[in-house]
Structure formats: structure tokens, C-alpha cells
Design a binder for this molecule. Structure first.
Ligand SMILES: *[C@@H]1O[C@H](CO)[C@@H](O)[C@H](O)[C@H]1NC(C)=O
Ligand SMILES: *[C@@H]1O[C@H](CO)[C@@H](O)[C@H](O)[C@H]1NC(C)=O
Ligand SMILES: *[C@@H]1O[C@H](CO)[C@@H](O)[C@H](O)[C@H]1NC(C)=O
Ligand SMILES: *[C@@H]1O[C@H](CO)[C@@H](O)[C@H](O)[C@H]1NC(C)=O
Ligand SMILES: *[C@@H]1O[C@H](CO)[C@@H](O)[C@H](O)[C@H]1NC(C)=O
Ligand SMILES: *[C@@H]1O[C@H](CO)[C@@H](O)[C@H](O)[C@H]1NC(C)=O
Ligand SMILES: *[C@@H]1O[C@H](CO)[C@@H](O)[C@H](O)[C@H]1NC(C)=O
Ligand SMILES: *[C@@H]1O[C@H](CO)[C@@H](O)[C@H](O)[C@H]1NC(C)=O
Ligand SMILES: *[C@@H]1O[C@H](CO)[C@@H](O)[C@H](O)[C@H]1NC(C)=O
Length: 554
């Protein structure tokens, strides 16, 4: 009789201890139940209640209802990745107090209603990436105060509500990628005060807000990757941050955002690769005193470096900076084209990496007198290294560049062209040639005279200074300006006087005509006058009578 007792016990116990749902693999020591790729449409029967790890990824589960998981309160890891879950009801995870990892990646979730994650206070990792979430609602993560890592990538997110991240006091890492988000508000991020790593990838955000990361006091690592619409990082965007690592890669920024970087004095790693960066201004990194690694790889391919004084900062630190093993190459000036930065010994740095201040050629003074409607051109050619850019300043202190449209524009060679000159265009024009080495200026004056009768005949004529031989204006510019101004003042004063005198004269003339007329026609109107006199004997003055008479005439 005794022999079968253990057998009975074994038979009775085995379904419990060794229970495992059909088609699943169980590891009783680890208390795990693994059911990958089993075409399950619901949570299978027979999962032991003490299960700690439950993996149901790559099945065909559609929906998680309240109570589905309540028989397994000891669950610590739960994986529903790559199912077709489109609906998670509030309360689906309600008594999983020990749950630490929850993966819902790769499902069809469009919305996660508030209340789904309540009481999951031990959760440290939540992955809801690769769903179809459109919005993150206020307070949806409210109870997840121990959550350390949140993955929200690859959703159709268009909006993150202002208080969506409220309660995530322990969050250390956040990744938001491949969404239709056009902004991430400073307000919504401000709840993440313990965040250390923020990755923002593949987003259609075109601008960062002022102080976009203002309360992220503990953020160490910020990654802005694949933002094709981002063209500029405003100086205040990173205010409040104390980063050690920053990546801004695959964006459309054309310059190193030097002003925004200024406060990041603890920055050690900076990756600006694969941006169309073409200019690196002198001193861009001068405040980044702890910078150890700088990566600007793609930028060089997109737009090779012009090796001049603007790059001296990089050269002086090229021994301590890490260029990804790929040394930046020079594209200009021609004599060092194709040389890698590393190849230059210190001794020649100041020989090659220099800028030559612009110098305007042909400083003959230009004074052009044109008729209204004519086209006028002023030359301004400058030499310098790198090639200076030319801009003009109008007498009204307006900047005219090659990008200006309208009557006044700067031609590619630096020539100022004013079409259909107007009298008000008259004045002194200043040419400014500038490059990284400095600037040079030069003055030209224009006088436009009102259109004469035969103006149309000359309407097309273009006047160049070279056609002009004004040897009298060989004095200093200041003097020239002064005489010009004096002339203008005299002319305008004279004009004013003439106008004034004209008006006075006209008045006298009128008075004269009137008094004569009054004298001549006095008799004709005396009848009426006398009638009035009868009507109102008090209106006796000649002036009063005259006024009435005048009105009658009208
Ligand atoms: C889960 O959290 C509770 C308090 O909320 C705590 O008592 C318990 O020890 C935690 N369990 C684990 C596994 O961390
Ligand atoms: C963005 O929205 C469009 C439709 O408006 C959609 O087709 C596209 O897949 C969305 N992109 C992402 C990354 O969600
Ligand atoms: C990047 O900038 C260039 C020039 O500013 C512009 O032509 C281009 O369309 C921009 N690219 C994107 C993806 O916005
Ligand atoms: C900035 O970070 C560094 C280390 O990364 C730290 O030593 C320093 O105290 C921080 N400064 C502030 C103001 O938080
Ligand atoms: C810099 O960023 C680019 C683009 O994201 C990446 O491919 C590269 O590995 C990064 N460089 C380093 C050293 O991390
Ligand atoms: C020209 O250079 C001077 C100093 O050399 C500088 O103060 C001034 O701002 C520059 N002007 C322009 C328009 O670049
Ligand atoms: C104005 O110039 C155009 C070409 O620049 C010429 O065809 C036209 O005949 C000129 N007109 C006059 C009135 O000179
Ligand atoms: C300008 O004057 C100089 C001499 O004063 C003369 O040699 C030159 O040919 C003149 N130029 C023009 C365009 O008239
Ligand atoms: C104009 O000035 C230059 C130098 O500034 C001088 O060499 C030249 O003789 C002057 N010409 C006349 C006509 O004064």
C-alpha cells in the first residue's frame, strides 16, 4: 500500500508544479512561461499562478481586458510585443504590483486610455513603441514613479499633451522617434526632472522653443537626430541644460549653433555630423572648455572645409579632438586642397590658416548724376581671403545685398545696381566688403535729377563710374559728404524760400483781385446789401457784409 502514496502525490502535484500551457515552454526554476509565435489569440489557459516572467510576443492577441492577468499577481516581466492588440482596457494590469517590465511594442494601439497603468508603481521599463498612438494624454503615466525607461518611438504621435509626463519622477531615459510631432513643448518635458538621456529622432520639428529643456536639470545626454526641417538652433534653446553629451545630426543646420552651445561648459562629447555645416565661426567652441570629442564628419563631405582663419580654433585643438578617425580635409585655398588637418605641423598653422582682410580695389571716388528713370551702377570689387562678401548701405541705412529684390540690388560681382532711379535715391551709398578677417568700406554718391522733357531718350542708359571723370572730387569722403549735405541744405532752403514767397505772393494777388472785384461790383450787389440792412440793422460792418455776399456768390 505504501508504495503508491508518493505516486499519488506526484500525480496530484505534477499538474500544479509542472503546469505549462499547451504549445508554451516553461522553466519552473525561473518561473517563466514563454509562448513565442504560437498563433495564440488570447492569454492561454494553465499558466501557473506563481509565474514571474510571461512572454507572449509574436502572437495574435487583439485585446487586453480587465482581469485577464489578475490570476498572476507575481508577474515581474510581461511581454506582448508584436501582437495585434488594438485595445487595452483600464484595469488590464490592475493588480500587477510587482511588474517591472512591460512591453507592448509593435501592436495596433491608437490610444491608451488613462487608468491603464495605474498602480504599476514598481514598473521600471515601459515600451509602447511601434504602435499607432496619436496622442499621449494628460496623466497617463501618473503612477509610474519608478519608471526609468520609456520608449515611445515610431508611433503616429501628433501631440504630446502638456501634462502627459506628469508623475514620471524617476524617468531616466526617454526616446521619442519617428513620429509626426511638429513640436515638443518645454511644458511637457518639464515634468521629467530626473531625466538623464533624451533621444529625439526622426521628427518633423522645425524649431526648438526658447528654453525648450528648461527644467531638465539632470539631463546629461541629448540627441537630436534626423530632423530634416531644423535649420537653426536659437541661442536660448538649450538654456538651463548642463549636458555632457550632445548630438545634433542629420538636420538642416548650416552653421555650428555656437550661441546655443555657449553655456554647456561641461560638454565632453559633441556630434554635429551629417549636417550641411559650411561655416564654423571663430570661437564657436571657445566656451566648451571640457570638450574631448568632436564629430563633424558628414559636414565635411557635404561641404568641405575652407581652411582659413575661421578654422584656426579647430587646428589649435586638433590633437585633443577626436575626428572619428577621419581627419577633416581642406577644400581651399588651392595650395593645401586635399590635405588633412592632421598633416599640418604647428609651425605652419599661421601661414595657411589665415584670413586676409578685404581690400576694395579701384578706390576712385564715384559720384554719379543721373536723371530720373535711368539705371545707375556703382562698382565695388574687393580682394581678400576668404572671398569677401559685398553689401551696400543706402542713404536710408537700408542694407542692400545680392538677395535684395526691388529696384536696388547687388550683382554677383559686388556692383550696386539701381534701376529706374528716383530723386529720393540721391545720397551716399556705402559699400561694405567683409569676410572673417574684417571689413573694408567705400563710399559713392548719387544725385538723381527730375526727369526732363526728353528723359525717355536716356531712359535706358547705364552710367558707370568708369565713364565718368570727376577729378574734382578727390578729397576725403567726410568732406565730400559735408559739401554734399551743405548743398542739399542750401538747395532745400532755397526751395523752401521760393515756395514760401510764392504762396505769399499768391495771397497778395488774390487779395488784390478780390478788392478790385469788390470795388467794381459794389453797385450790383448794393440792393441785397441794403435789404439785409433792413432785416438786421445790427449787421453793419463792411466785412460782415462782404462775407455774406461772398457766400451768395458761391
Ligand atoms: C513593489 O512596490 C512595493 C511598494 O509599492 C514594495 O513594497 C515592493 O517591495 C515592490 N516590489 C518589488 C519587487 O520591487
Ligand atoms: C504622418 O502622417 C501621415 C498622414 O497624415 C501618415 O501617412 C504617416 O505615416 C505619418 N508618419 C508617421 C511617422 O507617423
Ligand atoms: C534644407 O535647407 C535648404 C536650404 O536652406 C532647403 O532648400 C531644403 O529644402 C531644406 N531641406 C529640408 C528637408 O527642409
Ligand atoms: C553640471 O554637471 C557637472 C558634471 O556633469 C557637475 O559637476 C556640475 O555641478 C553641474 N552643474 C550644475 C550647475 O548643475
Ligand atoms: C555621430 O552621429 C552620427 C549620426 O547619428 C553617427 O552615425 C555616428 O556614429 C556618431 N559618431 C559617434 C562617434 O558616435
Ligand atoms: C567692420 O569691422 C569692425 C572692426 O574692424 C567692426 O567693428 C564692424 O562691426 C565691422 N562691420 C561689419 C559690417 O562687419
Ligand atoms: C533699352 O535697352 C534695350 C536692351 O537693353 C534695347 O533693346 C532698347 O531698344 C533700349 N531702348 C531705348 C529707348 O534705348
Ligand atoms: C579721364 O581723365 C583722364 C585725364 O584727366 C583721361 O586720361 C581719361 O581718358 C579720362 N577718362 C574718360 C573715361 O573720359
Ligand atoms: C587724387 O588723390 C590721389 C591720392 O589720394 C593723388 O595721387 C592724386 O594726385 C589726386 N588727384 C587730383 C586730381 O587731385
Amino acid at each position: 500500500m505504501r508504495w503508491w502514496l508518493p505516486v499519488l502525490a506526484l500525480v496530484l502535484l505534477s499538474p500544479r508544479a509542472g503546469a505549462c500551457p499547451a504549445r508554451c515552454e516553461c522553466a519552473p526554476q525561473l518561473r517563466s512561461v514563454l509562448c513565442h509565435r504560437k498563433r495564440l489569440t488570447a492569454i492561454p489557459e494553465g499558466i501557473p499562478t506563481e509565474t514571474r516572467v510571461l512572454e507572449l510576443n509574436k502572437n495574435r492577441i487583439r485585446c487586453l481586458n480587465p482581469g485577464d492577468l489578475s490570476p498572476y499577481p507575481l508577474l515581474e516581466e510581461l511581454d506582448f510585443s508584436e501582437n495585434i492588440i488594438s485595445n487595452v482596457e483600464p484595469g488590464a494590469f490592475s493588480n500587477l504590483f510587482n511588474l517591472q517590465t512591460l512591453r507592448l511594442r509593435g501592436n495596433q494601439l491608437k490610444l491608451i486610455p488613462p487608468g491603464v497603468f495605474t498602480k504599476l508603481t514598481n514598473l521600471t521599463l515601459l515600451d509602447i513603441s511601434e504602435n499607432k498612438l496619436v496622442i499621449l494624454l494628460d496623466y497617463m503615466f501618473q503612477d509610474l514613479r519608478n519608471l526609468k525607461s520609456l520608449e515611445v518611438g515610431d508611433n503616429d504621435l501628433v501631440y504630446i499633451s502638456q501634462r502627459a509626463f506628469s508623475g514620471l519622477l524617476g524617468l531616466e531615459q526617454l526616446t521619442i522617434e519617428k513620429c509626426n510631432l511638429t513640436s515638443i513643448s518645454a511644458e511637457s518635458l518639464s515634468y521629467l526632472q530626473n531625466l538623464e538621456v533624451l533621444r529625439l529622432r526622426h521628427l518633423s520639428i522645425s524649431a526648438l522653443e526658447d528654453q525648450n529643456f528648461k527644467k531638465l536639470y539632470n539631463l546629461l545626454q541629448l540627441e537630436i537626430d534626423n530632423w530634416p526641417l531644423l535649420e537653426e538652433v536659437s541661442p536660448t534653446s538649450f538654456q538651463g541644460l548642463n549636458l555632457t553629451s550632445l548630438s545634433i545630426t542629420y538636420t538642416n543646420i548650416t552653421a555650428v549653433p555656437a550661441a546655443a552651445l555657449r553655456n554647456l561648459v561641461y560638454l565632453r562629447y559633441l556630434n554635429l555630423s551629417y549636417n550641411p555645416i559650411s561655416t564654423v565661426l571663430k570661437g564657436s567652441f571657445k566656451d566648451l572648455i571640457r570638450l574631448q570629442e568632436l564629430h563633424i564628419v558628414g559636414a565635411l563631405l557635404v561641404n568641405p572645409l575652407a581652411c582659413d582663419c575661421r578654422l584656426l580654433w579647430i587646428l589649435q585643438r586638433r590633437k585633443t579632438l577626436n575626428f572619428d578617425g577621419q581627419q577633416p580635409m581642406c577644400s581651399s585655398p588651392p595650395e593645401i586642397q586635399g590635405n588633412a588637418l592632421r598633416d599640418f605641423p604647428d609651425s605652419v598653422l599661421f601661414e595657411y590658416f589665415t584670413c586676409q582682410k578685404p581690400k576694395i580695389r579701384d578706390r576712385k571716388l564715384q559720384h554719379v548724376t543721373a536723371r530720373e528713370g535711368q539705371s545707375v551702377s556703382f562698382l565695388c570689387r574687393a580682394d581678400g581671403e576668404p572671398d569677401p562678401s559685398i553689401a551696400w548701405v543706402s542713404p536710408q541705412h537700408r542694407m542692400i545685398t545680392t538677395r535684395s529684390t526691388g529696384r536696388a540690388t547687388v550683382l554677383p560681382g559686388g556692383t550696386l545696381e539701381i534701376r529706374f532711379a528716383q530723386v529720393q535715391d540721391s545720397g551716399t551709398y556705402i559699400c561694405i566688403a567683409s569676410n572673417a578677417g574684417g571689413n573694408d568700406t567705400y563710399f559713392a554718391t548719387l544725385t538723381v535729377k527730375g526727369r526732363p522733357a526728353d528723359g525717355a531718350h536716356h531712359a535706358n542708359q547705364t552710367l558707370y563710374l568708369s565713364d565718368f571723370n570727376d577729378t574734382f572730387h578727390n578729397d576725403t569722403q567726410v568732406f565730400l559728404k559735408f559739401t554734399l549735405d551743405l548743398k542739399t541744405i542750401l538747395v532745400s532752403t532755397a526751395m523752401g524760400c521760393i515756395t514760401f514767397l510764392g504762396v505769399v505772393l499768391f495771397c497778395f494777388l488774390l487779395l488784390f483781385v478780390w478788392s478790385r472785384g469788390r470795388g467794381q461790383h459794389k453797385n450790383n450787389f448794393s440792393v441785397e446789401y441794403s435789404f439785409r440792412k433792413v432785416d438786421g440793422p445790427t449787421t453793419t460792418t463792411g466785412q460782415g457784409g462782404a462775407r455774406k455776399f461772398n457766400m451768395k456768390m458761391i
